[in-house]
Ligand binder design. Structure first.
Ligand code: UD1
Ligand code: F6R
Length: 371
């Protein structure tokens, strides 16, 4: 049921304040006078000790689910102190990459039925790793075959392009980081800030959704383009990859997510006065580096669209003619949840304006059950 919406993708983008609330329901405890702020993941509580003892946490998934893991990686590394690596499921299998008994392997999948991810799960089980699932589908193959896990509880996702599952996956992985971080005194302040940030997230997503019309106007400008580059780094490298994936899969426009730190190692050659470039430059520890990236793109007359934190328009677009999109600020590790929303809206509007099928992009299936 699409309710008041024309497409499922549109509905699923707009219901993210609610889906995120459901994802967190009963799992975050903001204590009263004596209770500390903590997180409770029922499916993991008996396994946290084993996870904390593991030598490595390896995230395994495909497409958007892989991107969500990439978005959560920095906070997992920070709060767990355990090395975190990433694997695209098919690539792990192609290489028969090393998975050890001392590893915690986390399988991320909205459907819980993706063939590549399931095959990687069988492989990790054979190699003796602790296998944890993060899935949206109760009773799915991945939920059943993992040793333990967390349901993201985002509600059924019908549009082929994953939107609300992505943001709920990031939130679950941030909660996973908090749970693994446990009660380490050294990071208590940070953990409490992240928990407060999680509580505030649904209302900030509601706020960023107000950019709908602005993103529709931007889509009108980009309607006839051949290509769109998306630059991000740090917490928002994943946002760049995921934004580009949305644009290419539904709007059928070439788009590429680029790690801004790699700019001078190749991508800069593409920059001219015609190619549109979307730069994510919200406030975090990488902000000044992103400012200098913008200056360099500007010096080469790049056609810039800059996403920045509210109030920062003047400091990201010095004397320039770039288009600016201002978003609300969240705790740095949760900012990817905010920042993806305008890109989801852009992909949606571009698709409708270009006359393509939004909910069932050509050649794609919601659940990829063959290799
Ligand atoms: C569970 C109930 C929820 C109830 C809550 C009350 C289910 C599905 N969930 O939620 O309805 O409101 O207790 O305390 O009945 N699991 C995997 N692999 C996965 C995902 C999950 O093995 O990929 C396992 C978990 O380890 C756990 C079970 O499935 O044993 C349920 O997981 P989850 O729904 O996340 O647990 P709760 O949030 O505690
Ligand atoms: C992109 C998209 C795909 C899926 C991928 C994995 O919008 O939907 O990239 O993310 O096929 O699917 P799940 O998460 O079901 O394993």
């Amino acid at each position: 049921n699409k309710g008041k919406y024309e497409h499922y993708m549109q509905k699923e983008i707009h219901e993210q304040p609610e889906s995120l609330t459901t994802t967190m329901r009963g799992r975050l405890i903001r204590g009263g006078s004596c209770k500390a702020k903590t997180v409770l993941l029922g499916g993991l509580k008996d396994h946290l000790k084993t996870i904390r003892r593991s030598r490595r946490i390896v995230f395994i998934g495909c497409g958007t689910s892989y991107n969500a893991s990439l978005a959560a990686r920095p906070i997992l590394e920070e709060l767990s102190g355990i090395p975190v690596t990433m694997e695209i499921a098919s690539d792990l299998l192609d290489r028969q990459g090393p998975i050890y008994r001392e590893d915690t392997a986390v399988f991320v999948s909205q459907s819980g039925e993706t063939a590549d991810t399931l095959n990687a799960l069988e492989y990790a089980l054979e190699n003796g790793a602790l296998c944890v699932g993060i899935t949206n589908t109760v009773g799915s193959a991945i939920a059943r075959k993992t040793h333990c896990g967390v349901h993201i509880n985002a509600g059924a996702e019908i549009g082929v392009a994953s939107t609300k599952a992505y943001t709920s996956q990031i939130v679950v992985m941030a909660m996973l980081a908090l749970a693994i971080g446990g009660d380490l005194i050294s990071s208590q302040e940070r953990r409490e800030a992240v928990i407060d940030g999680l509580f505030d997230l649904p209302s900030k997503v509601k706020e960023v959704l107000k950019l709908d019309q602005e993103m529709k106007d931007l889509a009108k400008l980009l309607i006839a383009e051949q290509s769109l580059l998306v630059f991000g780094r740090g917490y928002n490298y994943a946002t760049a990859l995921e934004g580009a994936l949305k644009v290419k899969e539904v709007a059928l426009m070439h788009s590429e997510g680029i790690l801004a730190g790699e700019m001078k190692h190749g991508p800069l050659a593409l920059v001219d006065e015609t190619l549109p470039i979307f730069v994510i430059a919200t406030r975090d520890a990488c902000f000044s580096k992103q400012q200098s990236v913008i200056q360099q793109l500007h010096a080469r007359k790049g056609r810039l669209i800059v996403m920045c934190t509210k109030g920062d328009a003047a400091s990201v677009c010095v004397g320039g003619s770039c288009r600016v999109i201002e978003v609300p600020q969240a705790e740095d590790c949760l900012q990817p949840v905010i920042n993806i929303v305008p890109l989801q809206l852009l992909a949606y509007h571009l698709t409708v304006l270009r006359g393509h099928n939004v909910d069932q992009p050509r050649n794609l299936a919601k659940s990829v059950t063959t290799e």
